[in-house]
Design a protein around this ligand. Structure first.
Ligand code: FES
Length: 231
């Protein structure tokens, strides 16, 4: 090499230090990004898990939870065979569904899926007599009993006790929990000493006066509930 050839630049210790600092910064940023990402994923997953557990364990409000008798409510002038009707009962936020099967059976249920609370729909054309269907995860409930027949729901649908008056109008008069019969739900909410309930006629000392009991239209009792369960 002659003395006139260009010489390679001497290493600049300040430039090296700057590059090193930049590499450290980039490495730190990517670590932070990964940590943040993992934290977000964990938070979302945790939230979903808590929500699922809350529904599954019954922390969230469910039909049939009330021990008192809800107010009777007229839900339809008439429901014809093959028809279904969405309504709210016992509260304005409580989605419910009534179905009339082809053989005349009238049944009422909570329309809130017992899995993760999606809306339950009536599919008349499915099976021999229709089914109640939750589209979120393919949950299926027996239209006659409300019990789970397929999919992930952990228990059957709570029931809405329906009675039909002579003029054909349909009334909701109470609710029953998952696995509880209509009569059990009616007696729990209206008092075990009602005609047709296990405690009727058992006597015993009079208890303290409580709030006046609600009376269903034309005074239907467990007989009406039984009729609704059977028909
Ligand atoms: Fe109904 Fe999952 S929410 S099956």
């Amino acid at each position: 090499m002659s003395v006139t050839d260009p010489q390679p630049p001497a290493p600049d210790p300040r430039a090296d230090a700057a590059q090193e600092a930049l590499r450290d910064r980039i490495a730190a940023d990517s670590l932070t990004t990964r940590r943040d990402y993992l934290r977000i994923v964990a938070t979302v997953s945790g939230g979903l898990a808590v929500g699922g557990v809350a529904v599954a364990s019954g922390i969230l409000h469910r039909h049939g939870d009330s021990d008192g008798a809800p107010e009777p409510k007229k839900v339809a002038d008439r429901i014809e065979p093959g028809e279904s009707l969405a309504f709210r009962y016992p509260g304005d936020e409580d989605r419910a569904i009534a179905v009339r099967m082809d053989d005349g059976t009238l049944a009422g249920y909570s329309a809130v899926c017992t899995h993760l609370a999606c809306a339950v729909l009536w599919r008349k054309e499915r099976g021999s007599e229709g089914e109640l269907y939750c589209p979120c995860h393919e949950g299926i409930f027996d239209a006659r009993t409300g019990e789970v027949t397929a999919g992930p729901p952990p228990r059957g649908l709570p029931k809405v006790i329906l009675v039909e008056q002579v003029d054909g109008s349909v009334w909701a008069i109470g609710t029953a929990r998952s696995g509880e019969s209509l009569v059990e739900g009616f007696c729990r909410q209206n008092g075990d000493d009602r005609p047709g309930c296990p405690g009727f006629g058992a006597g015993g000392p009079a208890g303290p006066a409580g709030p006046a009991r609600k009376t269903a239209p034309s005074g239907p009792g467990p007989k009406a509930a039984e009729r609704s369960e059977r028909t």
